[in-house]
Design a protein around this ligand. Structure first.
Ligand SMILES: Nc1ncnc2c1ncn2[C@@H]1O[C@H](COP(=O)(O)OP(=O)(O)OP(=O)(O)O)[C@@H](O)[C@H]1O
Ligand code: SF4
Ligand SMILES: [Mg+2]
Length: 321
């Protein structure tokens, strides 16, 4: 059984005058101790997908369908109590601005204790304090952070506190949405190395959303490429990043310095994402794809398995390329 198994997940925002189909028919899985990067240009539905799985989207304007199985149990069907029990303990999340949720007028240690107490109200203050100091140590923060206020910490220290908080109940799945993007490259790489060490020790899986493909290359085992709410290609990082088969993945990777050799000029992908509130026939990438045919405009490509857990949605592959 996969740790997380998404089957045909759809997430739609109902705004005043339209329906925005931000995630469409996404199926993917994450195994125990596996790290999966999600990449795709801005607006491709990456955050909607993970926020939807976490059930953190406003339920009054969001409609979901499909299955999101966490250890075999469908998150979309969980009661509020079941959700409360598995958030933090089975899956937890770190955002770019996670620390904004902390109060500026209370000390870090006190706020961490309060979060711990919500799940374990009967735990002694002494044990909780011990656990918080232990967590600060795990993320390489000194004891003095316990008594600090959020404004006294640097951006890197703040993100370390966010990581400590996300690990507070030893989750099985850690979700990071642009969690280290705002940090300088040195701090980012230190923190990512620490996270990978912690994952090994604590047997944690990770879903990592980032615009930086090199971060996925260095920290993830698998990669998922999204475009306009749909999954274009997924597979082992080495397969997909070194030998991309989907024209969108190829274009996305041309927008970054080459992984394989000398730097090339950066060539982006011309054009814009389609309007997700309109009915989208055929391949969603067709109006930007250099290989599009009339068939692509009419018929949606199926997901084609092209290797071990490597799949691509493109008509070019349907002939067995
Ligand atoms: N509250 C909302 N109401 C309506 N549409 C929304 C809402 N939030 C997001 N969207 C739309 O859903 C689509 C996907 O957005 P999302 O934020 O998930 O993309 P993303 O891949 O995370 O982008 P980025 O890389 O910029 O973070 C976009 O078209 C966006 O405009
Ligand atoms: S299905 Fe057609 S339009 Fe879509 S990516 Fe493949 S070749 Fe391009
Ligand atoms: Mg996002």
């Amino acid at each position: 059984m996969h740790l997380l198994d998404l089957k045909n997940v759809n997430i739609t925002y109902h705004t005043n005058d339209k329906k925005v189909r931000a995630v469409r028919n996404v199926s993917l899985s994450v195994d125990e101790q596996e790290s999966v990067g999600i990449v795709g240009e801005s607006g491709s539905g990456k955050s909607t997908l993970v926020m939807g799985i976490l059930r953190l989207l406003p339920e009054n304007i969001v409609e979901t369908s499909g299955e999101a199985l966490l250890e075999g149990k469908d998150i979309f069907k969980m009661s509020q109590q079941e959700l409360h029990d598995c958030r933090w303990t089975t899956m937890s999340v770190i955002f770019q601005k996670s620390m904004n949720s902390l109060s500026p007028v209370h000390r870090i240690g006190k706020q961490m204790e309060d979060i711990y107490r919500v799940h374990y109200p009967n735990e002694s203050s002494e044990n909780i304090k011990k656990r918080i100091y232990e967590l600060l140590k795990i993320v390489n923060l000194s004891d003095r952070v316990y008594m600090s206020y959020p404004h006294e910490l640097s951006g890197g220290m703040m993100q370390r506190v966010a990581i400590a908080l996300s690990l507070i109940f030893q989750p099985k799945l850690l979700i990071m949405d642009e969690a280290t993007t705002a940090l300088d490259v040195v701090t980012q790489s230190q923190i990512l190395n620490e996270i990978m060490e912690l994952e090994k020790k604590m047997k944690i899986s990770r879903i990592m959303i980032t615009h930086d493909v090199s971060v996925v290359a260095s920290t993830c085992k698998r990669v998922v490429v999204m475009y306009a709410g749909e999954l274009m290609e997924q597979g082992d990082v080495k397969d997909v990043l070194l030998h991309p088969k989907h024209p969108y993945t190829q274009g996305l990777l041309r927008s970054f310095p080459s992984f394989k050799g000398a730097r090339e000029n950066l060539k982006g992908i011309e054009g814009n994402l389609p309007d997700l509130s309109l009915p989208l026939e055929g391949c969603v990438f067709a109006d930007r794809c250099p290989h599009a045919t009339k068939h692509c405009l009419k018929e949606k490509p199926k997901e084609i398995e092209t290797g071990n857990r490597w799949s691509v949605r493109c008509h070019l592959l349907e002939g067995g390329a």
